[in-house]
Design a protein around this ligand. Structure first.
Ligand SMILES: [Zn+2]
Length: 238
């Protein structure tokens, strides 16, 4: 079941394009932050000054303080600096934005299957705890548009890597895993987060599938030649 997300149109208009982006309703309660999940219609919004990483499908987390855009390789950013917008670029992979209303630390995470298998969302939570003293029980997580279980069929390599997140796949230990299977990357991240101590009730998912909705989203799997990526970002404003 999807949690409420809102579709927004940017007030400002550039040329003929009006930017469209998504916001998680629960995050709008936090007057100290701003956030946006990009769509294929937020071209100029992507130019918004955000620090991003050269993404490599790793489990590397960086503190954004003092970083220039694309200065480092990795797949998650954390910061508690006011005015430091951080972002991730995705087209099918899972974008996660994390907010800690107690310390006002924030994180942006890019979780494809490799990052998910390496528990990158848990590593971002741990880094928030180490750097800023965030208690995982206080965190709120918004999950943006990603390829969903309806469309994400994967082969044996990915099935094997993600099997630890889905113990229900093998109830009989003598049964081999099926070679192909539809995988729910968002659910794997949700389980990773709850294992890390984030309350399930504070994980919000709009339920958007990038592959199903060609009008709104880029999808690498649907259009392998489309180089478009969507930027999702978060910033502590005060
Ligand atoms: Zn789908």
């Amino acid at each position: 079941m999807a949690d409420p997300f809102l579709t927004r149109q940017a007030d400002e208009q550039r040329g003929s394009e009006r930017a469209t982006y998504l916001q998680c309703e629960a995050f709008l309660e936090f007057e100290w932050l701003d956030h946006a999940f990009g769509t294929r219609h937020s071209g100029w919004l992507s130019a918004h000054p955000a620090v991003t990483l050269r993404q490599i499908h790793s489990d590397r987390v960086h503190t954004a303080n003092g970083l220039a855009d694309r200065q480092c390789e990795g797949d998650a950013l954390v910061t508690d600096q006011i005015g430091q917008r951080i972002g991730v670029r995705t087209a099918d992979c899972v974008p996660l934005l994390i907010a800690d209303p107690v310390t006002r630390a924030v994180a942006a995470v890019h979780a494809g299957w490799r990052g998910t298998a390496a528990s990158i969302s848990e590593k971002a939570v741990s880094r928030m705890a180490q750097e800023f003293g965030s208690n995982p029980a206080h965190l709120h997580v918004a999950i943006g548009p990603a390829i969903r279980v309806c469309c994400y069929e994967v082969g044996p390599e990915v099935v094997a890597e993600l099997a630890p997140f889905f113990p229900e796949w093998t109830t009989d230990p003598h049964n081999a895993l099926p070679a192909h299977r539809n995988v729910d990357l968002v659910e794997a991240n949700r389980r990773t987060l709850t294992r890390s101590g984030v309350p399930a009730s504070r994980i919000y998912d709009g339920g958007y599938c990038t592959m199903c909705d060609a009008e709104l989203f880029h999808s690498f799997r649907r259009d392998p030649h489309d180089p478009g990526r969507m930027v999702s970002s978060i910033v502590r404003n005060r």
